[in-house]
Design a protein around this ligand. Structure first.
Ligand code: MGP
Length: 205
């Protein structure tokens, strides 16, 4: 966990809970419980062994507390990932919830690590946990890969055959992130067996 925690800072003195009005103590529940995963990239371990479920959260307040205590994607070491998935779904192709699914893929150029990576990742998490898609039930989770070549953010959905739902999700992602170019949706079963760096798109928006 220390790899993802921000350095300790001296906390400013805040009011104790007893001094706050009651409305400040109410936590706002999320529709789903979400898990935060971290991919460690330890070369002595298998891909699956490197995948660690760090914690879960199910309120708005617990999300922000977590968010402020962990490193931003741009602060992670290259080769590391974060994933935020609905509790019970592992961020891997093999999970039953992902087997028939795919991902909307946002590839970022190197210079976008400074300008866009952290902002895009936060926007995506807020879209997910706020259930801001018309077809939120189709959402499994999202992954950010920090890589020397291209950083990537993928939004994973459950069923590639649901064209309308997937297109709605893709359009919403583009609109929310302010992306002007095209983004593509790829089947996990194609990504799994790809032989070149490019996997063909099933949908583009
Ligand atoms: P990656 O971490 O998703 O992308 O996959 P990266 O590092 O940018 O590499 P590229 O291939 O997209 O250019 C890297 C490798 O991790 C894959 O080739 C697999 O070997 C392994 N891997 C990634 N995922 C998401 C899975 C998964 O869901 N299941 C399994 N078994 N291996 C995976």
């Amino acid at each position: 966990m220390s790899t993802v925690l921000k350095g300790t800072t001296t906390e400013s003195k805040t009011n104790t809970p007893a001094e706050l009005p009651p409305e400040f103590l109410i936590k706002h529940p999320l529709q789903n419980t979400w898990s935060l995963w971290f991919y460690d990239n330890d070369r002595t371990k298998t891909w699956e062994e490197n995948l660690l479920e760090l914690t879960t959260f199910d309120t708005v307040e617990d999300f922000w507390r977590l968010y402020h205590h962990i490193k931003l994607p741009s602060e992670l070491r290259q080769g590391h990932d974060y994933a935020v998935f609905k509790q019970g779904i592992r961020p891997m192709w093999e999970d039953d919830a992902n087997k028939m699914g795919g991902r909307w893929l946002i590839s970022l150029e190197k210079k976008q690590r400074n300008s866009d990576l952290d902002r895009f990742w936060l926007e995506i998490i807020l879209l997910l946990i706020g259930e801001n898609f018309e077809h939120s039930d189709e959402i499994c989770g999202a992954v950010v890969n920090v890589r020397p070549k291209l950083d990537k953010i993928g939004v994973w959905t459950a069923d590639t055959s649901k064209q309308q739902a997937n297109l709605e999700i893709g359009r919403k992602i583009k609109e929310q992130l302010g992306i002007h170019g095209k983004i593509g949706f790829q089947l996990h079963r194609d990504t799994m067996v790809k032989h070149s760096s490019a996997t063909k798109n099933l949908y583009t928006v």
